[in-house]
Write a protein that binds this ligand. Structure first.
Ligand SMILES: C[S@@+](CC[C@H](N)C(=O)[O-])C[C@H]1O[C@@H](n2cnc3c(N)ncnc32)[C@H](O)[C@@H]1O
Length: 265
């Protein structure tokens, strides 16, 4: 990663995302939806990129697929290994970066990413890598948070308080079908979009906020950055609480997301 202009960002991300494990309670169910959306079948060779604790990888392996899974965070990968052992499935977990995948060309029948590859700073590099390791005729499928819905807007709020390094793409751009079409371009055919909603249980907007301050990488980092600037932290918290209130109902925060599926030419 030494020639990588975003090496420092990725080191920060690796640290920030390491606390994500409790949020698998929310992404476990959406992983099953993505595995269905990707039409994963037994004996297919599958890669889960930005696998976190392996929720997508384990789900695909339980369908009978032969699964590799990759993530920046060794801490999350360790959780993934434990989940795989508990489920009695074999998964080849690797610590790595979606912008430099350690797999040969045309290796996989299916590449999935659930809210993972969207956090890599260079969409052109990410797209090229995910398509490179996919076989011609293979399926690329991912779930992403759109810019116009709650999670996308929450990341925009975080970016307002802690701007990303110059040149890093905003993650929720990966939730815009027009941008996805441009990024995948002529390399794919048969693009299909679907939308769904995930729900995050919480007792109040403040309870929700406390939860993500302890688990969601970019928010964890923001809180650490403003440790000695209580006024800024208070301003962020006030904006977030008022914003979350709009999506909070029946002790749940509603989080709309987009699923994409495409076939590599
Ligand atoms: C929101 S979490 C999703 C985790 C998991 N896919 C799930 O659905 O529970 C985002 C994940 O992307 C990983 N990630 C972020 N940037 C990455 C990169 N450049 N390469 C590989 N993984 C990355 C993080 O470490 C984190 O595990």
């Amino acid at each position: 990663m030494s020639n990588d202009p975003f090496a420092q960002l990725k080191a920060i991300q690796r640290e920030g995302w390491s606390l994500f494990a409790p949020l698998e309670a929310v992404t476990t169910t959406t992983a099953a939806v993505l595995v269905k959306h990707a039409c994963i079948r037994a004996n297919q060779v599958v890669l889960d990129v930005g696998c976190g604790t392996g929720v997508g990888a384990v789900t695909a392996a339980r369908v009978g697929a032969k699964v590799c899974a990759l993530d920046l965070s060794p801490v999350l990968i360790e959780h993934g290994r434990q989940h795989a052992a508990l489920a009695g499935v074999e998964i080849d977990f690797t610590e790595g970066d979606v912008e430099a995948l350690p797999y040969g060309d045309s290796t996989f029948d299916v590449v999935i990413s659930q809210f993972g590859h969207m956090f890599a700073p260079r969409p052109d590099v990410t797209t090229a890598e995910m398509l490179r390791v996919l076989k011609p005729g293979g399926t690329l499928a991912f779930s992403t948070w759109p810019p116009e819905h709650y999670v996308g807007q929450m990341f925009a709020l975080v970016g307002k308080f802690v701007p990303p390094p110059p040149g890093a793409a905003a993650p929720p751009q990966w939730g815009d079908p027009n941008i996805i079409r441009q990024r995948l371009g002529d390399a794919v055919t048969d693009i299909v979009f679907d939308r769904s909603v995930m729900v995050f249980p919480a007792l109040s907007p403040q309870h929700y906020r406390k939860g993500i301050e302890e688990t969601l990488g970019p928010v964890v980092k923001l809180v650490a950055t403003f440790q000695d600037e209580p006024a800024k932290l208070a301003a962020f918290r006030a904006e977030l609480d008022s914003f979350v209130s709009r999506y909070f109902e029946n002790n749940m925060v509603r989080q709309h997301y987009l699923m994409t599926r495409a076939t590599k030419k």
